[in-house]
Design a protein around this ligand. Structure first.
Ligand code: SF4
Ligand code: SF4
Length: 425
């Protein structure tokens, strides 16, 4: 899946506002009415609730490491959310989450188990170089991720359901008690989804490009896709209790459908992700360099504004207010830099096992190498990752940006950000 990066039409760009106290570029503009919780009243009860939440968050990682039982109780005290409570049943996962937060270890491992795909989307280069990750390698990567302290495993592709051992890989990730997420284009035969529904996956994103069949066909390069995706959505809703979200990546081929797609998702009782296409002219692995795919800046801003309004009204868009407000500012100003900790708080693994600080920037190192963790922890590798991040002009990758509030969770609990981030659960 792919999102944008450039100053859209060479117009004058304003500098980003000063960082807030947490050194966070994309924290919401406190003056924007209605887009953050602080605008919704500052009575004593609210202040007390925030203080309690802040204290609970600060205490949680310690409790999680010391005792999953206590951690479960502490979470039960601050939320009645069924999904979060379900996660608390996983003692190893809870411990790893606590350790990740306390020791600043990675929260997310994004594993591309294949680049094979049954579609040929123009904003994506993965299908052009089909590689299948070996099953033993996938298992080893999950083991290494657990050792590194990862909390969430994102199984992705290409189309990950085309991997001959995808269900075994998901089962193994569940056994290691990761929070397990899968991205799919939703168009492989329904038998795959029948089997998928039997796994202990936690959440799934299904690409959703358009409500117009001819647009869908133009984007994917295949016929009958819309019909197939709707069949998959209906099947998964009826036969699984996974958290399901639709992913609408806005390009010039499908812009202008934000409202309709959010309404469609609402009619199915699931949230939608509204994501600008990721663009970069030259130096990135996963971003498109095709200018023709870029929608007008005004179209993107309108789509993001609609997503914010829909989220305020219905609560049924998947990404946080943080993410959408950052997208808005970035598209307006042409400044995409944020407090990125790629390679340290999240990372990517390509089908040939290369470790990437994110999906745009692979390193030359294979995660399956015997000395990988030692190398990853070394001063020289940290410096290399830091240099890659500093060279990068920023991005709008939702899966990484929405982890940002968790990066400094223990030091400076971002209560508003966190509340908006966990909204999709
Ligand atoms: S469906 Fe396949 S070709 Fe299309 S964006 Fe996803 S991985 Fe790329
Ligand atoms: S900002 Fe970070 S996550 Fe985004 S492309 Fe750059 S290095 Fe990768």
């Amino acid at each position: 899946m792919v999102t944008a990066h450039r100053s859209f039409d060479g117009q004058h760009v304003e500098p980003l506002p000063a960082r807030n106290g947490r050194g966070n570029h994309f924290h919401k503009d406190k003056t924007e009415k209605g887009t953050n919780r602080e605008d919704r009243g500052t009575d004593l009860g609210q202040v007390l609730r925030k203080k309690t939440m802040r204290t609970a968050i600060r205490a949680f990682p310690v409790l999680a490491v010391l005792s999953p039982y206590l951690a479960r109780l502490s979470v039960r005290a601050v939320t009645s959310n069924r999904r979060i409570l379900g996660l608390m049943q996983r003692e190893k996962g809870v411990r790893r989450f606590g350790v990740s937060i306390l020791k600043e270890r990675p929260l997310l491992s994004q594993i591309h188990i294949t680049s094979y795909c049954n579609q040929a989307c123009p904003m994506c280069n993965l299908w052009k170089n089909p590689v299948m990750m070996g099953y033993e390698d996938a298992i080893r990567i999950l083991d290494i991720s657990a050792e590194m302290g990862v909390f969430m495993a994102n199984i992705t592709g290409g189309e990950p359901l085309l991997h001959p051992k995808v269900f075994e890989i998901i089962d193994y990730a569940s056994k290691l008690q990761f929070f397990v997420h899968l991205n799919t284009n939703g168009t492989v035969p329904v038998e795959y989804f029948k089997r998928l529904a039997q796994t202990e996956l936690d959440s799934i994103s299904i690409s959703f490009h358009s409500l117009k069949p001819e647009r869908y066909e133009r984007i994917t390069g295949r016929e009958d896709r819309l019909e197939k995706v709707i069949r998959t959505i209906d099947y998964m809703r009826e036969n699984s209790d996974f958290h399901i979200a639709l992913a609408y990546v806005i390009t010039s081929y499908n812009s202008g459908e934000t409202e309709e797609i959010m309404e469609f998702a609402k009619s199915k009782g699931i949230p939608a992700k509204i994501l600008p296409v990721m663009f970069s002219p030259t130096d990135r692995e996963s971003s498109t360099s095709n200018y023709d795919l870029l929608p007008e800046r005004s179209e993107l801003l309108e789509a993001i504004e609609k997503a914010i309004q829909f989220k305020q009204k219905e609560g049924t868009t998947n990404e946080s207010f943080n993410f959408y407000n950052f997208c808005k500012k970035a598209i307006e100003t042409g400044t995409y830099k944020w407090d990125c900790k790629a390679g340290e708080r999240f990372f990517t693994v390509s089908p040939d096992c290369r470790f990437g600080i994110c999906q745009d920037f692979p390193t030359g190192k294979k995660i399956t190498d015997k000395d990988f963790i030692q190398v990853w922890k070394s001063e020289s590798f940290r410096k290399k990752m830091d240099a890659m991040r500093r060279k990068c002009a920023g991005c709008l990758w939702n899966c990484y940006l929405d982890l940002e509030p968790l990066q400094n969770l223990f030091k400076d609990p971002p209560v508003d950000d966190l509340l908006s981030t966990i909204n999709p659960f």
